[in-house]
Design a protein around this ligand. Structure first.
Ligand SMILES: [Zn+2]
Length: 455
């Protein structure tokens, strides 16, 4: 465009990353992202001359906001042999995830008091390759800890409505759920709920995957979500359904939102990628709760996501040692429920999304912008001026086979093993610093992740 050259104050940026396919909040277009210190200082045109200490031109390779994964079980301290901050955040960095929010359970102690949050932070300090924020827990008897945890900076509170799988994190009864929602409404804090109704769940055993799926039917999710909606409506609290699997609940969630109830929902890569029909009997690496359901359900989840009824796609990364995940018996009753996918979630979702006409704008919204907003992380999730310079160079065409040995998570157990995924993370920047070694795709240097508070 002809005209007077724009006056630019003479400054030297620390980093400029150029891409003809920069995924911005409004659209994807050619742009140059100029970084000063930890933050995005300017979005310029792709070819603009900018003085910078480093100038990286990705050409046609897309540039995305760093992903924000609000559903990660790190398990440290206490069950660090399952997963720890170093390994989880290395997997995150390799997978294009620049912020994780650690769930309050599976570590010991669980994050249900300020003292426990302090333990968490002490355990995480100096080990994290990406930024880490923390959820608090709402359990029977810790009502007095909710406000102090909120003031200490947790991004919200997690609760269960049925057995969580670990004895130190018991579920809330319906009356307790209502009481917690009332307390959190008063501080405008978010409650995220594992929504399955224990009275609708039966005990599964044996190698038959369809029997396991049948033991946790959609009605278990439906009944629990009804309780959450009723509680949120009565208290005006903000509530969020984690890892929605039963697509029949999408209409109910959309209806509640349309009625002005402050409700949101997430689903996970494994519910969008796999279908129960393809899971072999005894393949306990596919076990998670609620379960992976059939292909028809999966397509309905995609429609819920596309329609905006489900806002977020986050991993529910929840690893454990191989002997717990894959007991030799292949018994779905005995195996730990949880799928670890921090490193492959973006590729899995992209592989499935592109087949259905999805774009990188959608993926960035589901996996970065919406989760950051959910957790109240106001500097995260967008390639925009003033936001943290958390960026991902992503090749949407490159395919690769998932080799468990190349995963950075503590234990290389994954239902994605041997799957061919399309879309590969080529570089991840955390607050303007590149995390992955040249050509290796693995983190190098020193861990420089920060421990974040809400805000
Ligand atoms: Zn979880």
């Amino acid at each position: 465009m002809a005209g007077r050259p724009r006056e630019v104050s003479p400054r030297v940026y620390d980093l400029v990353v150029r891409s003809r396919r920069t995924v911005l909040p409004t659209d994807t277009r050619a742009a140059a992202v100029a970084v000063s210190g930890p933050s995005i200082a300017a979005i310029a045109s792709y070819g603009e001359h900018l003085d910078a200490a480093r100038d990286v031109d990705l050409g046609d390779l897309p540039l995305l906001p760093g992903l924000v994964d609000t559903h990660v079980h790190v398990n440290e301290p206490g069950r660090t042999e399952w997963e720890g901050f170093a390994t989880a955040t290395r997997a995150a960095a390799a997978g294009g995830v620049t912020t994780i929010c650690d769930m309050p359970l599976n570590s010991v102690p669980p994050t249900t008091s300020v003292a426990a949050l302090r333990d968490k932070r002490a355990a995480a300090a100096g080990k994290c390759w990406v930024d880490v924020a923390f959820w608090g827990g709402a359990v029977p008897g810790n009502a007095d800890s909710l406000l102090p945890l909120h003031q200490a900076g947790v991004v919200g509170f997690k609760c269960f409505l049925l057995d969580s799988g670990v004895p130190e994190f018991p579920p809330l009864a319906v009356a307790e759920l209502r009481s917690v929602l009332g307390s959190l409404a008063a501080m405008d804090a978010l409650l995220v709920v594992h929504a399955e109704d224990g009275s609708q769940v039966s005990t599964a055993s044996g190698r038959d995957f369809s029997a396991f799926v049948a033991s946790r039917p959609p009605v278990a999710e439906r009944r629990a979500i009804e309780q959450v909606i009723a509680g949120a409506a009565a208290t005006r609290a903000r509530a969020h359904i984690v890892h929605l699997s039963a697509a029949e609940c999408v209409a109910m969630i959309a209806g509640a939102k349309a009625a002005g109830i402050r409700l949101s929902a997430e689903t996970c890569p494994h519910y969008l990628f796999f279908a129960s029909e393809e899971v072999p009997d005894g393949a306990t690496e596919f076990k998670c709760c609620p379960p992976i359901r059939g292909a028809v359900n999966r397509e309905a989840l995609w429609r819920g996501l596309e329609a905006g009824a489900i806002e977020c796609v986050v991993s529910d990364h929840s690893p454990c040692p191989p002997e717990l995940k894959s007991p030799g018996s292949g018994d779905f009753g005995a195996a730990w429920g949880g799928i670890a996918s921090l490193q492959v979630g973006l590729s899995a979702v992209w592989t499935a999304a592109r087949r259905r006409g999805g774009t990188l704008d959608h993926v960035a919204r589901w996996m970065a912008t919406a989760p950051a907003a959910l957790a109240g992380l106001s500097a995260k999730g967008r390639v925009a001026v003033g936001y943290d310079a958390d960026l991902v160079a992503f090749d949407p065409e490159e395919s690769f086979m998932v080799d468990p040995a190349r995963l950075e998570q503590r234990h290389p157990v994954t239902p994605y093993a041997g799957r061919t995924l399309t879309g590969r993370v080529r570089q991840t920047w955390l607050r303007g610093t590149s995390l992955l070694g040249p050509d290796s795709g693995t983190p190098d240097g020193e861990p420089a992740g920060r421990l974040l508070n809400r805000g």
